[in-house]
Design a protein around this ligand. Structure first.
Ligand code: CP
Length: 327
């Protein structure tokens, strides 16, 4: 288990210790204040170059990483894969060698193939590699920002800052994750973060949308969605990953919604304090009703906002090694 991500890559949360996760959340909290200033910029990564390389579609992750790098004063090289030489058949290895030759310090990458960021980290160990989502493997910064969001809300309710109460707030917290667990890199990263912080995690999905090795994940399984909802402190919803073939694992969207959708009717089963989360993009009317997504339990917009300070913290710790002016 890594005690810190300082100076290293961030490919997965599966090998990151509780202390290292708490360090990211604490650093992110100090960057929240930077994001509230009229001039939202610090010199932390001045002179460094961060490349943004997205082989798969993204709205939230790409925008928040590029915003985070710019707010840290890094220069950002953004490769538009769809109009790049990738379309002429250039390999990942040659693309990475090319952008490395331009003099970059780090690459933030999303790829449809599980393991692609790990391969890049082996080919170019001199640059920092940050995984922005690889296949169905991991989406580590989503796991960190989801944990940060939960800690932030719980700390506010307790009348403290997250870094003051530490992450004790997670102990015994019941977190329910519902939907396409099988194909979800978000589920894998969320679960790694939540378990490391001491939460009790339950997953609920059609049996076909559970991975074969789920019994080794350290989570509880529920087949009774409504009973699990009534016990949950946090409910994380996942969309069906149609681009990874999930449509073949359920008879129809309507059937999925009727059994596993968080409808307005089911929302009434939630405890008053329960949080509803979704990493986005949402399919309103499928895994979540529109009224629930915009309702009083939802912290979905806050998840998006927190993407910037959490990704600033990850860039600061990995690229700058946690050294330099943060203010
Ligand atoms: N949550 C998430 O990864 O969203 P994007 O695909 O829009 O980046």
């Amino acid at each position: 288990m890594r005690k810190s991500i300082r100076g290293g890559d961030l490919i997965t949360l599966a090998d990151v210790s509780r202390d290292a996760i708490v360090e990211v959340l604490d650093v992110a909290e100090s960057f929240v204040e930077v994001n509230q200033r009229s001039i939202k910029k610090v010199p932390t990564l001045k002179g460094r170059v961060v490349a943004s390389l997205f082989y798969e579609e993204s709205t939230r992750t790409r925008l928040s990483f590029e915003t985070a790098a710019k707010r840290l004063s890094a220069d950002v090289l953004s490769l538009a894969v769809a109009s790049s030489s990738v379309k002429k058949g250039e390999s990942l290895r040659d693309t990475i060698s090319t952008i490395t030759a331009l003099g970059i310090d780090a690459v933030v990458m999303r790829h449809m193939a599980s393991g692609a960021p790990w391969q890049v980290s082996r080919v170019v160990p001199s640059i920092r590699v940050i995984n922005a989502g690889d296949g169905q493997h991991q989406h580590p910064t989503q796991g960190l920002l989801d944990a940060f969001t939960i800690r932030q809300v719980l700390a506010e309710r307790a009348g403290s800052r997250g870094s003051e109460t530490g992450s004790e707030l997670f102990h015994g917290l019941r977190i329910l994750i519902v939907g396409d667990i099988r194909h979800s890199r978000v589920a894998r990263s969320d679960i790694a973060a939540y378990l490391a912080l001491g939460a009790v995690v339950t997953v609920c999905a059609p049996p076909t949308l559970l991975p074969a090795d789920v019994s080794s994940w350290g989570v509880e399984l529920s087949t009774d969605f409504e009973a699990a909802l009534a016990q949950a402190d946090v409910v994380g919803l996942l969309r069906l990953q149609v681009e990874r073939g999930s449509g073949a694992f359920v008879p129809s969207l309507r059937e999925f919604t009727s059994l596993y959708g968080l409808t307005a009717e089911r929302e009434r089963l939630l405890q008053p304090h329960a949080l509803v989360m979704h990493p986005g993009p949402m399919n309103r009317g499928v895994e979540i009703d529109s009224s629930v997504a915009d309702g009083s339990h939802a912290v979905i917009e806050r998840q998006v906002s927190n993407g910037v300070p959490v990704r600033m913290a990850v860039l600061y710790l990995t690229v700058a090694g946690g050294e330099g002016d943060m203010s």
